[in-house]
Design a protein around this ligand. Sequence first.
Ligand SMILES: Cc1cc2nc3c(=O)[nH]c(=O)nc-3n(C[C@H](O)[C@H](O)[C@H](O)COP(=O)(O)O)c2cc1C
Length: 185
Amino acid sequence: MKIVLGITGSTGVIYGIRMLEILKKLNIETHLIMSEWGEKCISMETEYTSDYVKSLATHTSDEKNMAASVSSGTHRIDGMIVAPCSMKTLSAIANGYDDTLVSRAASVTIKESRKLVLMVRETPLSAIHLENMLKLSRIGVVILPPVTEFYTKPKSIDDIVNHGVGKCLDQFGIEHNLYPRWGTF
Ligand SMILES: Cc1cc2nc3c(=O)[nH]c(=O)nc-3n(C[C@H](O)[C@H](O)[C@H](O)COP(=O)(O)O)c2cc1C
């Protein structure tokens, strides 16, 4: 399996970082694209460096590199995750405005009928945000905001992040035990 992972400039970049850590552990090939503001958010809200995050991925491409392999549908991938996905990148994807490699790779994922999961993050959500999400949901894109659940009684931020990452991996049928499933506790 090969997954493209976009990390964009929204709060919650830890979701993208944890996703890479887990996918690496599971020996799943990843292709990482971080937006400029995704990288800035990593330095603003985590202890991690961009180099550490890049070291977790199998391949990394610059968001300005439209000649990267994942810019073309001929390059075979199984799907793409954007975690977290800013409202700007959501808008670009919803409107086919492929100005960065994140939105281009997402656009390619859609046109090739592959799985695209967006961990969209903003609050509150405006009608523009909701319309962009609805537009994409109607064509099969999975809108998966990192919304906390409390029925598993999370004890730490790690528990909360793992739950969001686990829900995302469920979309690809990837086995994990990142959160306890209802009916098992
Ligand atoms: C610390 C920080 C947190 C942000 N959080 C959000 C957010 O939760 N959602 C969002 O849509 N934009 C957020 N932004 C604004 C985006 O970074 C900005 O719109 C940027 O242009 C997104 O570009 P990108 O999608 O190419 O990364 C945040 C910016 C900063 C500096």
